[in-house]
Structure formats: C-alpha cells, structure tokens
Design a protein around this ligand. Structure first.
Ligand SMILES: [Mg+2]
Length: 257
C-alpha cells in the first residue's frame, strides 16, 4: 500500500477508503464492456454458468478473456474511449491526498483495464488491489496476490484486503455494488452500498449508507473530520473509542434502498 501522508499507518484508527471498481468507481462494468467488444459471443453463456454457481469468478474471467485476440494496448485504448469514473471520484481523491487518507481500488477484475481508466482520468497513482495480468505470447497469465491462503481457487478476497488495512490501524470505509463485495462489506467500519449489495445488506439487516456517487463518501469524510479525530491533522483522538461514529452511522436509515 502506498503511504499517503505523515499520519498514514501510524495514525490510530484514521480512515481509509476502499472502493470496488466495475459499476462503482467506474460508471460502467468495464469487464463486460471489453467482452462485448472483443470477446467471443459465448461469453454470455459462460457468465450464466458462473451465475448458476457452476464456475468460480476467476474461472469465468479467465475463460472469457482467453478468447480475446486484442492486445493490451488496444483494450486499454477502448476503455479510455468508452469508460468513465463515477462523479466526484477525483474530488474524493484530492481530499484524501490533502488529508493523508489512503484511497484504493479493490477489485476482482483485471488490473490493465482499471489502470487504463485511472490513467485517462489523471489519477493513475491510486493503488489498485486487483488481479494482476501478464500478457504473454500464449495469452494472459493471471496472478492472484490477494487470495486467502488455501482458497486460491476463489481468486482474490476483497475481505482480505479490508483486513489488511484494519490491521494497519485504519477504520475502513468501503464502497461496493455486488455479491463479490459482500465479505468486505461485513468487515468495513462504514459501508456505502448500491445495487445488489444494497439489496443483500437490506435483506440481512446489515447497516449501510446508500451510494449514488463519491460525493456521498466525501461528505462522510468531511463530517467525520469535523469531529476532530479522523483527520490526522486534527486534535488528538486519545479519548475516542475506536468504533465511534464511524461504526455504521447509517443505522436507522437502513430501510432505505
Ligand atoms: Mg462491482
């Protein structure tokens, strides 16, 4: 993880913002954008098998991207042309940089298309915890650096990444939209959810704040910094319980979608 300021790492319970990529940091599902343009038409069938539980997410991803003939640069160019970051991501990135708050992408998708969009938007220094790809003469090789030991078959674990930030003393604000975010969502100190993840949290009565765009997250960070202890530049937080207002402040609003 990149250290972003004097208060990173050593600060007790300072926030860190982790966000999913496809359909969350990115407006589009960029993986599906690429498969639609460059993939074999059978990718829909493979997705159906994944959704039916016959394939793991990394099987689905590897099978569908295996048939793509386009090279890395071609796909990155297509992403830059057709994908967009969700509004206020860049403002959030600026705020986090100014306040020494780590901000990172956590995805079970592929690094090269995430990096393409971040590069296009001028935020390529945002760390990416995703599937690492290597383009070889024999196709794409995949590397899962965030798999739980013993569960490599399941690919990367977003929950493991959240745990890593918590182990380093951060209170984690997590933003996501899908079932692949669920484990991470249950470990986060403050959760922003939309789409399927919001429905699942509602069904299981897991508190969350509705997510529309990153202004929601920015506002939460600003609210918290006014309390004077989540911004590492504010007054000492010695007296605060570690789970203070960061712990599910959406409670009471969790009936909302
Ligand atoms: Mg997603």
């Amino acid at each position: 993880m990149r250290s972003t300021g004097a208060n990173s790492g050593s600060a007790s319970h300072s926030p860190a913002v982790l966000t999913d990529f496809d359909d969350t940091a990115a407006v589009e599902n960029v993986a599906e954008l690429l498969l639609t343009r460059f993939g074999d038409p059978t990718w829909h069938d493979v997705r159906s098998r994944f959704r039916a539980g016959e394939l793991t997410l990394n099987d689905y991803q590897e099978i569908t991207f295996r048939n793509i003939q386009a090279d890395r640069e071609t796909m990155q160019g297509y992403v830059k042309e057709h994908a967009h970051l969700r509004p206020y991501f860049k403002e959030l990135q600026g705020y986090c940089a100014d306040h020494g708050i780590p901000l990172a992408i956590v995805s079970q998708g592929l690094d090269f298309y995430i990096e393409a969009l971040l590069d296009k938007e001028g935020v390529s220094h945002v760390p990416v915890h995703a599937v690492n790809t290597h383009f070889t003469g024999q196709g794409i090789a995949y590397e899962y650096r965030y798999a739980r030991p013993g569960q490599e078959r399941l690919g990367n674990s977003k929950g493991l990444v959240v745990e890593g930030y918590k182990d380093r003393g951060h209170q984690v604000i997590y933003v996501g939209d899908g079932m692949s975010d669920f484990e991470a969502a249950t470990k986060a100190d403050l959760l922003f959810a939309h789409r399927v993840l919001a429905e699942e949290c509602q069904r299981r009565q897991i508190p969350y704040r509705p997510f529309k765009d990153f202004r929601d997250v920015l506002s939460a960070l600003q609210e918290l910094s006014q309390d004077g202890y989540v911004d590492g530049h504010g007054p000492s937080d010695e007296g605060h319980a570690p789970t203070g207002p960061l712990a599910y402040p959406g409670k009471g609003e969790d009936e909302e979608p």
